[in-house]
Structures are given as structure tokens and as C-alpha cells.
Design a protein. Structure first.
Length: 327
């Protein structure tokens, strides 16, 4: 029941350790050179987006930086990663050393509320509820000023503009968001899976897994407005891992499936479906003792977290494995 070893790039995608273009720390000298090059019209690194990378297997579908020659017609690109720590680049020049969590959160709110862009009054209510209008307006002005100052370190373009009573991203900027790309990939994977195109579905799920570096705006876990999108994206991520694991299991790739099950359980110890699939993977790899140990781990997690016992299906699987019956 052997299986081909996954490529290094595919393993990176599954572990969520795909290199993040433009987000690594650079020396001050490198940043200055890059900024000067970008302003003179030097190479523009664009984040991988739909169709930007030849889909020759999962490894080719991973997020990478592609250098393209800039032309006078090419619009500057604002690339933002909000899954995990906030990472912002403008034409591959990173915005670093954020001094204010409120600025980070405000920027994230603007980017995720674009249809339509939020009026100033909405921002005041979201971030300073209960404050007097004058105080809220002043706080918002201070936050916007700080946000613009941070972004100005990477570009001379005024990224945040105010027009018609709303703050928004400058309309001449091309915007790439990892959250949008993640949603597109997961949605496409589901549609391909439903259509029976399982190999391409797996590629899309792997791409999405590589984008998920951590929970939405992980550095600001106590922002109320971010709670719902954070939970939605977390559940979508776990669902994508579960679907990818199901495809691997059906193809007999039990080791790869087991790795995905372990990742799901790390984030949600009470996911019995992941425990059961992991037990089956162990049993089919000739390791029934690990399957029985996994059952005990499942029982402990359910008791500790929820105060309940395992589902009858989980107990029945445990008993079948204990009797060395096919699972």
C-alpha cells in the first residue's frame, strides 16, 4: 500500500510553510534600493493570482512571486495577506514595523468591506462605539494619519483616499488579497470535486492550504469586528483540509491523509470525523495500535472540551479495528 512521496513544495503547502513573497524582513539598505527601483519603474513582483502560474500539479499552484517588467501602463499593485500576521507590499516593497494595532485593524476592515466602502460614520461606530462624535472623528483622523504614514514608507502613492464621505483604497491601485484568493480556490475546488475532476480539485485545496498561514488578522485577536470573518475562514480552511484528506484517502494516499487529519485535530480536537479518518489511515497502514491510541485521544478531547462521549460510529470503528476487521 505504498504511495509516492509528496514533493517538497506540496509538503510546504500542506504544512502552511509556503514562502511569503515580499514579506520577509530586509535590511534597511535593501529596502531603500528596492523602493528607489520601484519608483523608477523597475521590476514589479506580482503575487500569484488566477491563471498567473501554470497549473502543472500542486507544486506549481503554490503562491510565488513572479517578476515582470513594468510598463508605463501597469498600475501599482497593493498585495495584502491577512491570513496570519498582516503582510503588506506595494510593488513588492514591504510595509514594516507597524506601531499601532488599531491602524492594522482599521486597514483590515477597509479591505474586507469594499462593497460598498464604509462611510466615515460607520468606521467611527465600529472602532469607537459610545464615544462622542467629535472624539470619534478625531480618533479616526489620527488613525488614518498613522496608517498613511506607515504606507508612505513603501510608496509615494496615497494608498488611503477620502472621497464622497468614505475612506477607500486609491482606485488606481491593483489590489490582491490572500483572503479573496483563498475563497476563490476553495470554491473552485468544491466545484471541481462535484464535477468529478478530483486531481484539479486537490490542487485547488492545496493552494488554499498554502495561503492559510494562520487565522485572520492573527495579531489582533480581540477586535470584535474580525471575529465572524475569522471563524468563517477557519471553518473553510478545516473543510478544505477535510476534503483534501478525503481525496487522498480515496486514492490510497494514507500517509498524506493522516498528516491532514492531524492538522485538523490540532486546530479542533473535537472533530470526530478527522479522528475516525486518522484511525482508518493507521489501520490501513498496518498500525492498529496507533488507531486505538487515537481513539483514546478522541475520547479525552471530547470529555475535556465538551463533556460528552464519542459518537457510536467512532466506538464501532474502534471495536472493528480491535478485532482486526476491515475498516
Amino acid at each position: 500500500m505504498g504511495e509516492a512521496a509528496p514533493s517538497v513544495a506540496a509538503e510546504q503547502a500542506l504544512r502552511g510553510s509556503v514562502p511569503v513573497p515580499g514579506c520577509q524582513r530586509r535590511s534597511q539598505h535593501q529596502r531603500s534600493d528596492t523602493a528607489r527601483t520601484a519608483r523608477r519603474g523597475g521590476p514589479l513582483a506580482v503575487a500569484a493570482a488566477d491563471g498567473a502560474v501554470p497549473a502543472a500539479g500542486a507544486a506549481a499552484a503554490l503562491p510565488v512571486a513572479i517578476s515582470q517588467p513594468r510598463t508605463r501602463r501597469s498600475a501599482p499593485e497593493l498585495a495584502v495577506r491577512m491570513l496570519g500576521p498582516l503582510c503588506i507590499t506595494v510593488n513588492d516593497v514591504p510595509v514594516e514595523d507597524w506601531s499601532s494595532g488599531r491602524c492594522r485593524s482599521l486597514f483590515g476592515y477597509l479591505l474586507t468591506h469594499r462593497q460598498p466602502w464604509p462611510p466615515r460614520e460607520v468606521l467611527m461606530e465600529v472602532f469607537w462605539p459610545g464615544s462622542k462624535p467629535a472624539a470619534s472623528r478625531n480618533n479616526l483622523n489620527v488613525a488614518i494619519h498613522g496608517l498613511r504614514r506607515m504606507l508612505r514608507k513603501a510608496t509615494d502613492i496615497q494608498v488611503i483616499v477620502y472621497a464622497g464621505g468614505v475612506y477607500r483604497i486609491h482606485p488606481d491601485l491593483r489590489l490582491w488579497l490572500d483572503v479573496d484568493e483563498f475563497d476563490r480556490r476553495v470554491d473552485r475546488g468544491r466545484r471541481l470535486e462535484a464535477a468529478g475532476d478530483l486531481d484539479r480539485a486537490a490542487e485547488e485545496y492545496e493552494f488554499a492550504a498554502g495561503l492559510y498561514r494562520g487565522d485572520f488578522l492573527a495579531e489582533d485577536p480581540y477586535e470584535d469586528w474580525a471575529a465572524l470573518p475569522r471563524e468563517r475562514l477557519r471553518l473553510a480552511y478545516l473543510d478544505a483540509l477535510g476534503r483534501l484528506g478525503g481525496l487522498h484517502f480515496a486514492a490510497g494516499k494514507y500517509a498524506a491523509c493522516a498528516t491532514l487529519c492531524q492538522r485538523i485535530i490540532e486546530r479542533d480536537p473535537c472533530r470526530e470525523d478527522a479522528h475516525r479518518r486518522l484511525m482508518r489511515c493507521y489501520a490501513r497502514q498496518g498500525q492498529p495500535h496507533l488507531a486505538l491510541m487515537q481513539y483514546r485521544a478522541c475520547v479525552r478531547a471530547l470529555a475535556d472540551e465538551l463533556g460528552v462521549g464519542p459518537d457510536p460510529a467512532t466506538t464501532e470503528l474502534h471495536d472493528k479495528i480491535g478485532r482486526h476487521e476491515p475498516t
